[in-house]
Ligand binder design. Sequence first.
Ligand SMILES: [Zn+2]
Length: 283
Amino acid sequence: MEWLPENYKNSWTLVKPVSRTGIGLHTGIETQVTLLPSKDKGFYVSWVNSSQPPIKLHPSHVAQSPLCTTIELGKQKLSTVEHLLAALIGCGLTHVHILVNGNEIPLLDGSSIEWVEAIAEAGIIKLNSSNKTEIVINEPVVVYKGLSMITATPANEFRLIGIIDFPYPAIGKQIFSLELTPKSFVNEIAPARTFGFKDQIDHLVSKGLIKGGNLKNSLVCDESSWLNPPLRFQNEPVRHKLLDLIGDLALIGLPKAQVLVYRGSHALHSEFAKAIQSVCSLK
Ligand SMILES: [Zn+2]
């Protein structure tokens, strides 16, 4: 783990390009993603064989998507970006160009760990940039939707508290908190896989959705137990929820704040990112 930055204070990019290919959860279509070094701050996306210049990702690009985070860039869409973006920002990267040849980021094993391994393979390098990377909030932020809520209060580092509460005994109530650093991200969050419920999955499959989902890339439970154990962590679902939140915050950066999320969702995260952006300053 010596290759990782100690904290999120500086600017980092990749040493060389690295590619991964895999199936998208929703489309079931194979896509190749190449991560490239970049001189420009932020995460940029472009398509192979397109004349369009790379577009810097921004919260205003997030489109309505209950099951994953989809971004709309002009006429192009790119779905399920959150696990890749979580790996980039979680590892401390700030300057990356994402080149794709399709419209959905591969799910790989359902977590961020294979993206972390790709980043490790490429290597990362600190930039002598005067770019400010620390996002400071000057007041508390609260966003809620029905019973779901997320709050941020000013803090000296990025602390996360996740709480989930599902009526399925296999999951039930789970709470997990940590101070996020590149190292704690890789050890505690990145390996946590996406999860779902058999009855809901059967319904989605019957509607022609989640064509690429299977028991190798998602944890699935029925009313009483997991269909494909073992879990990587006893509380893997709540950790994955924090992974999704980190991915959704990648569009603005990680705020110096204590963030508490109860029953999070991509829609809640994206409203939260916009709310943080409206009160934050860069230090
Ligand atoms: Zn996810």
